[in-house]
Each structure stands twice: as structure tokens, then as C-alpha cells.
Design a protein around this ligand. Structure first.
Ligand code: PMP
Length: 430
């Protein structure tokens, strides 16, 4: 792509940014000028391969032609009415599509909102209204958003929760299974039983909320036996199972929802991020009888289910069908895992390569010792890769995981180019 305009430099913008904007913690000192598919160019005209995908928002890539066309068409009709004032078709259509995409042999309904955290908040409100119970059990290392309620659910403390309490009550954290770090499925399920024994009776628990693959927590996949065990407890005590698919949804893991790969269907699913290809849209989809429980008018929000974002979402769902992106997600995952394993064979620090579909990560340790997470090396590799033209993002409780959320529309050639930069970055930082 031809670079038409270099209007400033990054160092100057970084100084301006620090002086006037309350930064929220940028991963890179980098200012974008424009982007296409899985590449972007900064204000100095430098090209980058985007392996971060806007944190799982760009499964269909930057400026997907179908998404942009749908948004432009919607802009000629109307941009906002608030669904509670005057209803509109794209909202209804997105709900219809989500209801069809979600697993479970039961009648479904959807509610649309704006952000992932709002979807989680509303799923909890719905679960409480349906069960008439207060308690929620989430998991260690889990992440559910930055609002006060969702921070209460978030298991990962630093930096999200520091200084922001008190958080809402009746929220508990059980262990998330993690074979690599020594937490078995049995121990995790036992920790739920301990919460029932010590903290809250199961008859007062409304829901379990779990990520099919922990996102911010480090890309750990929930084992199927863990989900079956949770579901057995949920059925025994009348507790709802909520899958937080804000990061895993919209085709990232090889199925539209990652929980399609679970042995059981959850009662509610939250979705956001790639759903509308970069436009703010989130939703809760699940059992119609559960979603209907709150009083009319009790759910929603001024911008909830924006028609522009709904138009984008319909185009994203179409793109998945037309471009076979679920199969691509599976192939891409296999390609990434095998390439990263080849790199790991040469780099002792890479102690694990894992993922589900195209949600793939590597975890770094000092000399590969799983008891010594290496956040410092992770930082160095991410910075070196950026210098070499690859945008990466770290995550994990110890900051020692590098995650890959590259657009599913990226070519194999681009993936190999990015993977080579990653391998070279390891070699460069030693
Ligand atoms: N849940 C999960 C699993 C997430 O990964 C995120 C965002 N990283 C959220 C909720 C919150 O989404 P948002 O930032 O759109 O509020």
C-alpha cells in the first residue's frame, strides 16, 4: 500500500499524549495512521503486522470491505434512535443470528449492549432476576471487565482492582484448572464445593461465570471435564452456567462460540469484541425463559445495540459464512501452533505453546522452569518485535504470556512473516 502522508512523529505525539491524555496503559509507544486487514502503518509511515487484532476485535481484519460497505449503507438511513424509543431491524436481525449461532436445544433470545463489561453485568443481572439468588462464582485468573461489578468478578488483581474497591458482595472465586501450574480439574471443582461449605450455600448461588479460554488471564483452555463437573453442580443446585465469550467468541477458537466445543451448552453467553468488527457492540444470548426474567425496561442503555454497530455485525457474520472463516480459524490455529512449537524447540524460555483454534499463546519462563515466569523477557521480546514491525500483546497473571489474536483474514504469507519476526526477536534479545 502506498503511504501518502507522514504528518508527525511518534516521539512528539507520545509527549503530547503524556501531557494531555489520561493514558490507560499503552502496550506500545506507537500511533496509528491507517490499517488494512492484518497490517497497519504508523504516523511515521512504518509498516506493522498486527498480531494483536485490537485485543480480539479484528477477527475479520481492519476495514473489511463488507463491514465498511454495510456501515456506509446504514449511515444513509439513520445512526441512532435508541431501541427503547423506536425499534429497528438490524437489532432484531443480529438477535436472530445470535440465537441461531448459540448452542443448546432450547428456545433462545438475545439482548444487545455496547461493551463486553456491560454484557457481563447484564448476564449477572438476568441470572439474579431469574434465580432470585444473589451469589456468583467466578474463577481465579478470570477477567470480566473494568466496571465495578465486573471487577468484583475478575479474579486477576493487578493492575485492574488496585485502589478501586469495595466491590459488590456475594461474589466468590474458585480455582480455575491449570495443568501447567499444578491445579487439577478435581482440585478446581473441589474449590467450588469449599465455597459452598464455607462462604455461601449453593441454594443462594445464581450463576457460575467462566471463560472457555481465559483471555487476559493467560490463554488457558477450560478442560471439558471441568465444564461437565461445573454443569453437574449447576444442575444439582439450580445454578446457571454463564460462558463469558467476550474474547473467545465470534469465531476466534474455530467455532463461532468456543462453548460449542463444550460437552454441555451454557444457559447464557456473553459476546462482544469481534462481533461487530471494530464497532462497539456486545450481547447476551441464551435461554429465552432466563433472558425474559427481568422486568421490561430493566435492561438496556442509550447506545445499546447501536444500528451502525448492528449493521457491522451482520456483515461480520456474513463474512464468516462467505469466506469460510471458521475453517480458517482452525487451520490458522494449527499453523501457528506448529510454527511456535518449532520456535520453542530452539528457545528454552518458551515453556508452553497452547490454544484453541486461532487463540494461541506462548508462555515464557526462566530457562523453561514453570516455577519462574519471565515477565522481563516477555516485555523485551514484545518491544523487540515492535521495533522489527510486529505488534504483539502480552497477558497472564505474571505478564509472561504472549498471545496471538491475528485477524483470521490474514494470509499464510503474512503469518509466516510475523512468526519469523517473532523468532528473530527471541534470537536478538537472547
Ligand atoms: N470479558 C472478557 C472475557 C474479556 O476478555 C473482556 C475484555 N478483555 C471483557 C469481558 C470486557 O470487555 P470490554 O473491555 O469490552 O468491556
Amino acid at each position: 500500500m502506498q503511504q501518502d502522508r507522514h504528518f508527525t512523529n511518534a516521539a512528539l505525539l507520545t509527549r503530547r499524549h503524556a501531557a494531555v491524555a489520561r493514558g490507560v496503559g499503552q502496550a506500545h509507544e506507537l500511533f496509528i495512521h491507517k490499517a488494512r486487514n492484518a497490517e497497519l502503518w504508523d504516523v511515521e509511515g512504518r509498516r506493522f503486522i498486527d498480531f494483536a487484532g485490537g485485543i480480539a476485535v479484528l477477527n475479520t481484519g481492519h476495514l473489511h470491505a463488507g463491514v465498511i460497505a454495510a456501515v456506509k449503507a446504514q449511515l444513509d438511513l439513520y445512526t441512532h434512535t435508541c431501541f427503547q424509543v423506536v425499534a429497528y431491524e438490524p437489532y432484531v436481525e443480529v438477535c436472530e443470528r445470535l440465537n441461531t449461532l448459540a448452542p443448546g436445544a432450547f428456545a433462545k433470545k438475545s439482548l444487545l449492549l455496547t461493551t463486553g463489561a456491560e454484557a457481563v453485568e447484564n448476564a449477572i443481572k438476568i441470572a439474579r432476576a431469574y434465580t432470585k439468588r444473589p451469589g456468583v462464582i467466578a474463577f481465579t485468573g478470570g477477567y470480566h471487565g473494568r466496571t465495578n461489578l465486573t471487577l468484583g468478578l475478575t479474579g486477576k488483581v493487578a493492575p485492574y482492582k488496585i485502589g478501586f474497591g469495595p466491590f459488590p458482595g456475594e461474589m466468590y472465586h474458585a480455582l480455575f484448572p491449570n495443568a501447567l501450574h499444578g491445579v487439577s480439574v478435581e482440585q478446581a471443582l473441589h474449590s467450588v464445593e469449599l465455597i459452598f461449605k464455607n462462604d455461601i450455600e449453593p441454594e443462594r448461588v445464581a450463576a457460575f461465570i467462566v471463560e472457555p479460554v481465559q483471555g487476559e488471564g493467560g490463554f488457558y483452555v477450560a478442560p471439558p471435564e471441568f465444564i461437565s463437573g461445573l454443569k453437574a453442580l449447576a444442575d444439582r443446585y439450580g445454578i446457571l452456567l454463564i460462558a463469558d465469550e467476550v474474547q473467545t467468541g465470534a469465531g476466534r477458537t474455530g467455532t463461532w462460540f468456543a462453548c460449542e466445543q463444550w460437552p454441555v451448552a451454557p444457559d447464557l453467553i456473553t459476546t462482544a469484541k469481534s462481533l461487530a468488527g471494530g464497532f462497539p457492540l456486545s450481547g447476551v444470548v441464551g435461554r429465552a425463559d432466563v433472558i425474559d426474567a427481568p422486568a421490561a425496561g430493566g435492561l438496556g442503555g442509550t447506545y445499546a445495540g447501536s444500528p451502525v454497530a448492528c449493521a457491522a455485525a451482520l456483515a461480520v457474520i456474513d463474512a464468516f459464512e462467505q469466506e469460510n472463516l471458521l475453517a480458517r480459524s482452525q487451520d490458522m490455529g494449527a499453523l501457528l501452533v506448529s510454527a511456535l512449537k518449532a520456535t520453542a524447540a530452539k528457545v528454552p524460555a518458551i515453556g508452553d505453546v497452547r490454544g484453541l483454534g486461532a487463540m494461541v499463546a506462548i508462555e515464557l519462563f526462566e530457562n523453561g522452569d514453570v516455577h519462574r515466569p519471565d515477565a522481563a523477557l516477555t516485555k523485551k521480546v514484545v518491544a523487540e518485535a515492535a521495533r522489527r514491525g510486529l505488534i504483539l500483546l502480552s497477558c497472564g497473571t505474571y505478564g509472561n504470556v504472549i498471545r496471538i489474536l491475528v485477524p483470521l483474514t490474514a494470509s499464510d504469507e503474512l503469518l509466516h512473516e510475523g512468526l519469523a519476526i517473532l523468532a528473530d526477536s527471541f534470537a536478538a534479545v537472547g
